[in-house]
Design a protein around this ligand. Structure first.
Ligand SMILES: [Zn+2]
Length: 290
């Protein structure tokens, strides 16, 4: 309370923070609380893989003190943006320090030339244990830009991490109820390998870890055969991907699309307006359909 007297709230302008996409923005708001104002460059239900910064985005970054990105090559557009904005603030690479999964080698025959083998899969936020690291990195970055807020950020980070731990153990229980042989899922792009690794689920997808290349006819045909042979029942569209490919696959394999997963973006609709909500929705949809 005494700190109110020393620095009246009215005199405090929030720390301006830019986040690369909606999931990073939400996690940053959880950690930064009332001391930060966060804008997201890529909005809800939008695809960060194919995002192209506009002059307005350059301006937002030029005015920010902190830039929070996922890293692991997810935002292929940040270097150019940093340069255009002449950004001199603190860049937080949220996934720093994680041991990333490598992009799967073309199991389904896709992307033979598009992938650099051994490249990291960027979608690490689909494992809440990794998000603990994101939170620590974000808290450290905010504290670097706003040293007076360090203990505030530390406390908020600890409270949010406790919720992430709860989420993770809840998710583990949901999947534990599903027999291992039925933990197979088809989605449009390969975004869920970390979730798969954490809870022993096999994900298949016609597109690779990015959405910027089309799936080949050969890989789609192979995937249809696989879905039939392995009797995959859980088929999902994603909130930020074109659903036509999955509709076609489902039709040709004779399975029904079971619902929607949130992969690379939050939603403006209830059910996935925060990371915690999004993860809960995904786990519920997956465990019920398998
Ligand atoms: Zn993705």
């Amino acid at each position: 309370m005494s700190s109110l007297l020393l620095s009246p709230l009215a005199a405090w302008a929030n720390l301006p923070v830019v986040a690369s996409f909606s999931i990073m923005a939400d996690i940053t708001r959880e950690v930064g609380g009332e001391r930060v104002s966060v804008v997201s460059l890529v909005g809800a239900d939008q695809d960060a893989h194919v995002f192209q910064p506009k002059p307005a985005d350059v301006k937002k970054l030029a005015e920010a003190k902190v830039f929070v990105v996922n890293g692991l090559g997810f935002e292929g557009w940040i270097n150019r943006l940093n340069k255009s904005a002449n950004f001199k603030g603190v860049t937080v690479t949220a996934a720093n320090g994680l041991k990333p999964l490598a992009v799967a080698e073309d199991e389904h025959g896709h992307d033979e030339h598009g992938h650099d083998h051994g490249r990291a899969d960027p979608h690490a936020w689909h494992n809440p244990q990794h998000v603990l690291r994101y939170v620590d990195n974000i808290a450290a970055g905010l504290s670097r830009a706003d040293a007076a807020g360090a203990s505030y950020y530390r406390e908020r980070a600890a409270a949010y991490k406790a919720r992430l731990q709860e989420l993770d153990s809840w998710a583990g229980k949901q999947f534990a109820a599903v027999p291992a042989a039925r933990r197979k899922v088809l989605t449009s792009h390969d975004a869920f390998a970390y979730l798969g690794q954490r809870y022993a689920i096999r994900f298949m997808a016609p597109q690779g870890v990015s959405t910027d290349a089309e799936a080949s006819a050969k890989s789609v045909a192979q995937l249809i055969r696989q879905v039939k042979k392995e009797q995959v029942k859980a088929v999902f569209i994603e909130n930020m991907s074109d659903r036509r490919l999955i509709d076609q696959l489902a039709k040709e394999a004779g399975v029904k699309v079971g619902g929607k997963l949130y992969s690379d973006a939050l939603s403006s609709q209830p059910g996935a307006r925060s990371y915690l909500e999004m993860f809960r929705s995904n786990v519920t949809a997956l465990s019920q359909s398998m």
